[in-house]
Design a binder for this molecule. Structure first.
Ligand code: ADP
Length: 375
């Protein structure tokens, strides 16, 4: 019987010979004449391993640098967002005295204000004061003006948050922008100890009934941010919630429940005495700003009646006065070009000037051609 150990070593020898042949064959195949010694081969492999290791470290380092840059960019973007929003915070000068034709509305607004200033009056009856004010009514009736006057009266900051600003002005997700805006308002309150009024104009866009956005789920997510904020989960101390809409019926019911926009006030178009009040206050405001008499109006009642008949709002009345001034300036330009100075009397805006504008204004408004009226 053959010795198995011997057989194995013979086989191993044969294998080694075969491998050597193979290697030789490979070396022969190679064009490289310089054969590597074992040490050189080991060094070669070690060098490659070292280089790979170093390259890996470099890549890791580069990844870290990219990460740091990314963090810096994110930080700057956030800072930019909050600083832009802080710039949007304003202290309003509009006062209740400048608002015409809304006496009974202003009574209700003052009631809402009382809940902010004296919440204990409500708690002494075991109820919570209203949380948010929602004003609704046709465009141009003074909703924004009321909100601004209220922020002035309460001596608080005014921060307007239209959906368009939240969605398009800043990069990133809308709800993050909204959260950043709310955070910046809270920060402002902590820094200045002055409350911040968050005002949402065109609220039907931000608070539209859920699922009615034609794929704008982002709006639904914004509604959720508002609900969370108003419910106080994130502590809403120092925030006053005010919104305005032309379409109350489009507002999501969830927003109108108790503890949310639970104080709803209609701002209607003015009646005749409302028109008179607005007309008078708008003229007075412009004269105060100009520091001189501007209007030489004799038939105040007839002009008011004309505006009322055309169902003009406060914004329309303000536009009529603006356009009359614009016409006067054009006239003034032509006269000065002739080298003829205008007399004090000529500089005044008279009944006829206003009547012309009222007639033309109503017509162009109907035709939806506002040429010249939006200067
Ligand atoms: P709304 O927010 O209801 O669309 P605004 O408050 O923006 O209306 O009104 C636009 C402008 O029209 C105001 O800045 C103001 O000049 C004028 N105006 C509107 N309503 C009144 C009002 N009731 N009294 C005085 N001016 C008004």
């Amino acid at each position: 019987m053959a010795d198995p150990k011997k057989k194995k070593s013979e086989e191993e020898n044969e294998d080694e010979e075969f491998l050597e042949d193979e290697l030789e064959f490979e070396f022969e195949e190679s064009d490289d004449d310089d054969e590597l010694s074992e040490d050189e081969a080991k060094k070669f492999v070690k060098d490659i391993a070292d280089k790979l290791y170093i390259q890996e470290r470099i890549i890791e380092g580069q990844k870290k640098i990219i990460e740091q840059y990314q963090n810096k960019i994110n930080q700057l973007t956030q800072q930019q967002q909050s600083s832009s929003l802080e710039i949007a915070l304003s202290q309003e000068e509009t006062s209740y005295a400048d608002i015409g034709g809304l006496d009974s509305v202003l009574e209700k607004i003052k009631h809402f204000e009382y809940g902010i200033n004296c919440p204990y009056a409500y708690s002494s009856y075991g109820i919570d004061p209203p949380k948010g004010l929602l004003m609704y009514g046709p465009p141009g009736t003074g909703k924004t003006m009321v909100a601004k006057a209220m922020s002035n009266e309460l001596d608080c900051w005014f921060l307007e948050l239209p959906l368009s600003l939240i969605i398009s002005k800043y990069v990133g997700e809308a709800e993050q922008n909204l959260e950043a805006a709310i955070e910046s308002a809270k920060k402002k309150y902590k820094q200045t100890k002055k409350k911040v009024m968050l005002f949402v104009d065109e609220a039907e866009q931000m608070f539209r009934k859920k699922g009615s956005h034609n794929g704008h789920e982002v709006v639904d997510r914004c509604v959720n941010v508002w609900l969370r904020t108003m419910d106080g989960m994130g502590n809403n101390e120092g925030l006053i919630f005010v919104a305005a809409t032309n379409y109350l019926e489009k507002i999501d019911d969830a927003l109108l429940r108790a503890g949310r926009f639970d104080y709803v006030v209609e701002i209607p178009k003015p009646n005749l005495s409302g028109v008179e009040d607005i007309f008078f206050k708008q003229m007075d405001l412009k004269e105060r700003k100009a520091g001189r008499d501007i209007y030489d109006v004799n038939d105040f009642a007839e002009l008011s009646e004309m505006m009322y008949q055309r169902r003009m709002t406060g914004a329309d009345i303000a536009d009529v006065l603006k356009q009359a001034s614009f016409n006067q300036i054009q006239y003034f330009m032509k006269s000065s070009a002739d080298g003829k100075p205008m007399s004090k009397d000529e500089l005044m805006i008279k009944d006829k000037d206003l009547m012309d504008v009222i007639n033309l204004y109503a017509r162009v408004k109907e035709e939806k051609k506002f040429v010249g009226f939006n200067v």
